[in-house]
Design a protein around this ligand. Structure first.
Ligand code: 6PG
Length: 478
């Protein structure tokens, strides 16, 4: 077996298959392997004309067909299956070879694997790949972590197959060890918030206007020509226009209202709790999926919990639609602002030195959250790479600020009329919380000191204090 493949993919389910095809279409000789050889053979039979594949039945032959340093992409189920494939690969590889996990792995696993393989003289690269099956084939957004040395070998190959925006690849080196999978995880958290906010906007238009799915789809299609232009708004317009062939009803009207999740949103929220970053929009979106699946609680509540809800009385249809659009845009910016705060906090925690502007730049194309306003976010971090709060950037203070009256009208009308908008509402609460001159956390500190002697600080002088609540209630310096 001559070692002539520049890149190899093991695991040829749809994502692995499409990545392999993307590499071949871009002129690379691609080594391909799958546990069942039949799938490898069918890939070459169906797509061998697209480029140069080197098919191997055994993992040994697969590894032997790769030029040094070997670059092996593992595209199997996250968790145990990935560990199993890595364990089989390590004895076959030599110093300097590179193992790439392009699945949605949990970043602590990636950090562990990177350390383990480093001990064998190997590079381990956890990379986010976003854009689904189509993105893998036509150009995803790629977020590789791992060693800087590995990127010297991998970068040119990944950048060639990545999506391009203004000729710039949607791929860049993210940072050491688990940084790449971390950024992909936050991407997915933002994706959850984006999708929840769109769903709430759809619900508001449906309940506020009595609009049909098709009518709402037309509204989203119009929104997609403005500041909200994005992949998720675009596909929402398409989904809402879809008719169910069997019933002739609007497709969304026959879809069960229970949202599922593979886990990346959950990981994002769990990590934010650990880091102490208030990603309220992403958290509410993740919990909204859980609520929708809380069948026993929803069954117990239906028809029993009193609503005391008003009736929508929208007199100016166009004004209401514009209010919802402004509220959606403002809430989206909050979700992205929170996500980038989480990236900054993790970068400091793990010493990754992640460039947030570069992350916004590679999210402009290929990925699920690709959107026109990612250009504005990129520009914001180009103005100040240490920007403490995206919402406070000179562009967004205006772009979001202009929508605040509408945001308040939408959230208050939703509450008055009994329409659940957890992401819209929590995003507005975050906006008011982060800009507040004084929060009621002073009372929480006082309560904590009362029952737990947890001490507090004062506004008028430095130090840490405690009141002797159980005796003379005098204040002492702790
Ligand atoms: C992407 C997507 C993808 C995600 C699926 C399912 O960036 O291409 O985020 O990685 O896993 O969309 O996600 P959930 O099941 O968690 O919604």
């Amino acid at each position: 077996m001559s070692a002539r493949a520049q890149i190899g993919v093991t695991g040829l389910a749809v994502m692995g298959r499409n990545l392999a095809r993307n590499f071949a279409r871009n002129g690379f000789t691609v080594a391909v392997h799958n546990r069942s050889f039949g799938r490898t053979q069918s890939l070459v039979a169906d797509h061998g004309h697209e480029g140069e594949f080197v098919a191997s039945e055994s993992l040994e032959d697969f590894v032997a067909s790769l030029e040094r340093p070997r670059k092996v992409i593992v595209m199997v189920q996250a968790g145990g299956p990935t560990d199993a494939v890595i364990s089989s690969l390590v004895p076959l590889l030599e110093e300097g070879d590179i193992v790439i996990d392009a699945g949605n792995a949990h970043f602590p696993d990636t950090r562990r694997r990177e350390a383990e393989l480093k001990a064998h003289g190997l590079h381990f690269v956890g990379t986010g790949v976003s854009g689904g099956e189509e993105g893998a084939l036509l150009g995803p957004s790629i977020m590789p972590g791992g060693s800087a040395e590995s990127y010297e070998w991998l970068g040119p190959i990944l950048e060639k197959i990545a999506a391009k925006v203004d000729g710039v690849p949607c791929c860049t080196y993210v940072g050491p060890d688990g940084a790449g999978h971390f950024v992909k995880m936050v991407h997915n958290g933002i994706e959850y918030a984006d999708m929840q906010l769109i769903a709430e906007a759809y619900d508001l238009l449906k309940q506020g206007l009595g609009a049909s799915a098709a009518q709402i789809g037309e509204i989203f299609a119009q929104w997609n020509s403005g500041d909200l232009e994005s992949f998720l708004i675009e596909i929402t317009a398409e989904v809402l226009a879809q008719v169910d062939v069997e019933t002739g009803a609007a497709f969304v009207d026959v879809v069960l209202d229970r949202a599922e999740q593979k886990g990346t949103g959950r990981w994002t929220v769990q990590n934010a709790l650990d880091l102490g970053v208030p990603i309220t929009g992403i958290a509410e979106a993740t919990f909204a999926r859980a609520l929708s699946g809380s069948v026993p609680q929803r069954a117990a509540a239906a028809g029993v919990l009193q609503g005391h809800a008003g009736q929508w009385d929208v007199t100016d249809r166009e004004a209401f639609i514009e209010d919802v659009r402004l509220a959606l845009y403002a809430s989206k910016v909050v979700a992205y602002s929170q996500g980038f705060d989480q990236i900054a906090a993790a970068s400091a925690e793990f010493g990754w030195d992640i460039d947030r502007g570069a992350m916004a730049r590679i999210w402009r194309g290929g990925c699920i959250i690709r959107a026109r306003f990612l250009d504005r976010i990129t520009e914001a971090y180009e103005r100040d790479e240490d920007l403490p709060l995206l919402l406070a950037d000179e562009y967004f203070t205006g772009a979001v600020g202009n929508g605040v009256p509408a945001w308040r009208r939408v959230v208050s009308q939703a509450a008055l009329n009994g329409v659940p908008t957890p992401a819209f509402s929590s995003s507005l609460a975050y906006y008011d919380g982060v800009r507040a001159q004084r929060l009621p956390a002073n009372l929480i500190q006082a309560q904590r000191d009362y029952f737990g002697a947890h001490t507090y600080q004062r506004t008028d002088r430095p130090g840490t204090f405690h009141v002797q609540w159980t005796t003379d209630r005098t204040e002492v310096e702790a």
